[in-house]
Design a protein around this ligand. Sequence first.
Ligand SMILES: Cc1cc2nc3c(=O)[nH]c(=O)nc-3n(C[C@H](O)[C@H](O)[C@H](O)COP(=O)(O)OP(=O)(O)OC[C@H]3O[C@@H](n4cnc5c(N)ncnc54)[C@H](O)[C@@H]3O)c2cc1C
Length: 417
Amino acid sequence: MNEHANFRGIGINPAQKVDDGSYIGGGACTPDLSNEVTDGGSVAPRNGLKSPSNLDVTAGAAQQTDAAPVVHDGAIFTPIGGGKVGREGAPSITGDMDGVTVMKNLGLTPIQGEKFAHQARVSSPQMDDILGLGWPVLDHGFVRVVDYMGNEGAIVQAARVSYGIGTQSVYEDRGLLRYLMRHRHSSPFEMCEIKFHIKLPIFIARQWIRHRMASVNEYSARYSILANEFYLPAPEHIATQSKSNKQGRGERVAPEVALEVIDLLKADAERNYKNYEDMINPEGDKQLARELARINLTLNTYTEWYWKIDLHNLLHFLRLRVDGHAQFEIRAYAEVILKILMAWAPNVHEAWEDYAFYAHTFSRQEMSVVRLITEIAVNAGLTRPEVLDMARENGLSSREVRIFADAVFSDPKMVTA
Ligand SMILES: Cc1cc2nc3c(=O)[nH]c(=O)nc-3n(C[C@H](O)[C@H](O)[C@H](O)COP(=O)(O)OP(=O)(O)OC[C@H]3O[C@@H](n4cnc5c(N)ncnc54)[C@H](O)[C@@H]3O)c2cc1C
């Protein structure tokens, strides 16, 4: 089965690449990242992206057993000892030894070595399939999965360490994931990590960077020259200030006004970029430092970064940024990442939707109102079993039905299951 086709099936397609390394529809002057791999790696494509035609090569990386090189993140990897992959040219410390023997030779004897030695690194075929591919966002942006660690099995495995191996059969994996999510056990989700390469306008980067529980490395505009690429909203996204929400957009403007706005934004960005080029021109009369010259650039100029985050904090990011209150432009990125989450951890995604994204926490006062409503309904003839049946029909587990009953029935006689 073509897993990549599956991924397409949930609604996003990999970015198309053209020969010069820039996206179809992308502007000129994509930053040259070809030197991002220097230690024995091959030269990366100009924008750091791998073409979908390389997909099959990378997709095989997880199962690689022969000596064929693997293209991954712009570098060539060749299998070394035991079918593992390592950077070409790097000395192999393992030779033909298996990992346990290597650790032993280094003076480390694994605890319960026999028990765990057979456990391979967990992986997700869906994620292996999309590693390195870029997904277009806005007019010149993208989200690219560089690497990931763990899968749903890793979360379950970590959680079961807390419960002890003897209780393994108590929960089905999906049930355990739902239990963890419902009860906000966050550390098992932190066992999974994901690393993205993201290209985004600076005004969105400013919102994004507020999510502190992540690791970031950004393209340096002190060191390198920023590309002449800036975000221009599509006409349908150009709207007036909302009257009800001070942080949002209201009505769409008339088409001719939208075009006028786009022209204005474009002219400002182009003029400022021209001045920037003039200030940094090594042949010019100013020869200004890049760190100074950049300060006149418009906020819609694109930047790039690597962004690594664990799954718990990624879910937090998504809850805030997929939400309708988030600005459209950051939501566009969050929605692509959401699709990637669905491919990576579908049961986690489902549990997150049920217990976080579409869920609400009621205050004490709000709970009083809910209980009042239930009481009125019960006084009007709705029976307790009917309410509990409704809860079951809406997908609550038996345990959840009991918790729900405890919460919504004010009469103690009505609470006990
Ligand atoms: C719709 C929307 C509108 C916003 N508007 C504004 C605005 O007008 N102005 C503005 O300044 N910001 C605004 N923000 C940003 C917002 O206030 C948060 O900074 C941002 O959403 C990151 O959330 P976070 O701090 O929970 O995430 P992270 O920084 O990723 O942190 C995740 C969690 O880790 C914990 N944590 C992280 N750092 C610490 C710490 N130092 N101490 C203790 N716990 C910590 C917290 O539990 C936190 O929730 C807005 C965000 C949204 C989604």
